[in-house]
Ligand binder design. Structure first.
Ligand code: RIB
Ligand code: CA
Length: 323
């Protein structure tokens, strides 16, 4: 079983990633830190509680960051994820118990081999690491969705949304923590077609989940038809770190240092790595004074993505989860 501490900002693709991780038999989500990003932190928190309630699972939700450290201005994206963050699905106004952020460090006492997955802005992760470095260093791996290397951004010509949202935090993360990164280079292939959703609506045993999945997808699909005209589906970026955790062989990586542009100009949030042909030769000349190198996913096997998506979303809940 792969234990995961998740940082998320639901968001339609975050919501699908949470559902995927709970339904996958080899993944055990031990806590979710809610952060601002696609929506305000309060809405993100309520959305996580709504999804967990639908799944009838009891996973601690920790209160995360409510604004970036880069500046005080926060931009949300209702045109992509809906005003409430879950497309056309209206989340319940249910109560939920929020655990203090500082309690997040307990997961490292309670569970072995915890991997951290970050699928939102990097603010909460940066602050969590700064305040609790010794605990956070116990994490087995760090998996980050974000960035765009030598390829256009999705929020500006230069930047991907998660790094654009708080470039100072993303820069801190890459300067201090060794990660596997899943940028747009690979997530631009993570498209889910309407037929894939039809299939899971037909075969999922979880009746309660069907309408929310359909309503979230419909809105997100329409948004993607505007964002990337001609795309046969919508991009589910946030699923990829979870697919890597159980099926690493479906991805290919390069290993590089990562630099994040923190200026407020048109390059804000851009992710840079050295892809010059002479990179390998230059590395051989170095005398050990290297910065942290990260594994950057550049490609994946789409057939595996397709199979894992369908297989996992038509699963029943794990027995201990209540159904
Ligand atoms: O750029 C894709 C990322 O931005 C995803 O995490 C998505 O949820 C959005 O916030
Ligand atoms: Ca996200």
């Amino acid at each position: 079983m792969k234990n995961v501490l998740l940082f998320a900002d639901p968001g339609v693709d975050d919501a699908f990633a949470i559902i995927y991780s709970v339904l996958h038999p080899d993944i055990n989500v031990v806590g979710i830190v809610a952060g601002y990003g696609n929506v305000e932190v309060e809405i993100a928190t309520r959305n996580i509680a709504t999804i967990l309630n639908l799944l009838e699972v009891d996973i601690p939700i920790y209160g995360g960051a409510n604004q970036p450290v880069s500046d005080v201005y926060v931009e949300f994206y209702p045109e992509i994820h809906g005003v409430e963050g879950l497309g056309d699905f209206e989340p319940e106004g249910l109560g939920y118990q929020l655990t203090n952020f500082t309690d997040v460090y307990d997961v490292f006492n309670k569970y072995e081999d915890v991997s951290v997955v970050e699928i939102g802005r990097n603010t909460g992760l940066m602050i969590g690491y700064m305040l609790g470095k010794q605990k956070m260093e116990q994490a087995k791996n760090y998996f980050i969705m974000g960035g765009a290397f030598l390829t256009p951004g999705n929020i500006t010509p230069a930047a991907e949304a998660n790094f654009y949202g708080d470039p100072v935090a993303a820069k801190f993360v890459f300067e201090n923590i060794k990660t596997h990164v899943f940028p747009l280079n690979v997530t631009n292939s993570a498209y889910v077609t309407p037929e894939m959703i039809d299939y899971i609506i037909m075969y999922s045993p979880l009746e309660k989940l069907k309408q929310p999945l359909q309503l979230m997808y419909n809105f997100y699909y329409d948004a993607y038809q505007e964002l990337i005209p001609g795309l046969n589906g919508a991009l589910f970026h946030d699923l990829l770190p979870f697919m890597y955790i159980t099926n690493p062989e479906m991805f290919s990586f390069v290993e590089r240092e990562i630099y994040i542009e923190t200026s407020s100009g048109p390059g804000r949030g851009a992710s840079i790595a050295d892809f010059r042909p002479r990179y390998e030769a230059d590395q051989a000349m170095l005398d050990g004074e290297e910065e942290i190198k990260h594994k950057i996913a550049l490609q994946m096997d789409y057939n595996e993505f397709f199979r894992l998506f369908l297989e996992t979303f038509i699963r029943n809940l794990p027995p201990e989860a209540g159904e």
